[in-house]
Design a protein around this ligand. Structure first.
Ligand code: CTP
Ligand code: MG
Length: 238
């Protein structure tokens, strides 16, 4: 089955700061966005890559990404991450495809491994959905109004990363139901598994083991960590 990677890069990077969105920052000579696109472009598990960027950056980004063999389009995202996912679903549907595998990835995770991509795509041979997760070494607690309310059982908790993969029919249906729900915007969903779990609770989402290296660049300090991780990896490759 055809596998499409959607690289979500339409955020504004408000926590990171700066005059341009964080995904355009350079990491080891290439933009964060380009690192993410390259990872999927070179994966044997991926047939096609679709980048989702802020509307005003579509032309500029398309110029940079068009040279990658599998990049089939650069489209405008929306105000919330879920709007950007919806834009990608619309673009895939517009090609006439009725079923395929779709892997959604945060462009802000430039160090995603080939292993994570391959495992996530392979999980979709037998499951309708799959997501890369890592165990939490910290104890996770519930905090409301500045007070600890509950200590959660660590053995049952994991941190969700991307890629998150779905059969196209499943993610399209989940978003169709979400769009019809007037309360959806209030949920402020930060990932696509959350949307599937809420609107299609019977869908099983396979947990695919990920790695702590697959960090999300959220604050400037994360970029410094990514530089160190990347140069350590380049040293190892020599
Ligand atoms: N994203 C997107 N469209 C949006 C919001 C986010 O495509 N409207 C993407 C981001 O570009 C990023 C990924 O989703 O690659 C994860 O989001 P996050 O790390 O929160 O990035 P931003 O939303 O840009 O940052 P912030 O929340 O600090 O503004
Ligand atoms: Mg955000």
């Amino acid at each position: 089955m055809r596998t499409v990677a959607v690289v979500l890069a339409a955020g504004s990077g408000s926590r990171f700061g700066g005059s341009r969105p964080k995904q355009l920052e350079k990491l080891g000579g290439r933009s964060i966005l380009e690192h993410s696109v390259v990872a999927f472009d070179r994966s044997p598990s991926i047939d096609e890559v679709l980048a989702v960027v802020p509307g005003y950056l579509v032309a500029e980004t398309a110029d940079d990404l068009i040279s990658y063999r599998k990049v089939s389009g650069v489209i405008a995202g929306g105000a919330a991450r879920t709007d950007s996912t919806k834009a990608a679903i619309g673009a895939i549907a517009a090609t006439g495809i009725t079923e395929c595998k779709v892997l959604f990835h945060d462009a802000a995770r430039p160090l995603v491994s080939q292993d994570a991509i391959a495992r996530c795509a392979a999980a979709l041979d037998s499951q309708q959905a799959a997501a890369v997760v890592v165990p939490s070494s910290d104890t996770i607690v519930e905090v409301t109004d500045g007070m600890l309310r509950r200590v959660l059982p660590r053995s049952e908790l994991a941190r969700a990363q991307t890629p998150q993969g779905f059969l196209f029919s499943v993610i399209s249906r989940a978003y169709e139901l979400a769009t019809a729900d007037p309360g959806f915007a209030q949920l402020a969903a930060t990932d696509d598994c959350g949307v599937v779990l809420r609107y299609l609770p019977d869908v099983q989402i396979q947990a695919v083991p990920g790695s702590d290296r697959n960090i999300k660049i959220t604050y400037p300090a994360d970029l410094a960590v990514a530089e160190v991780l990347l140069s350590a990896e380049q040293q190892q490759a020599l």
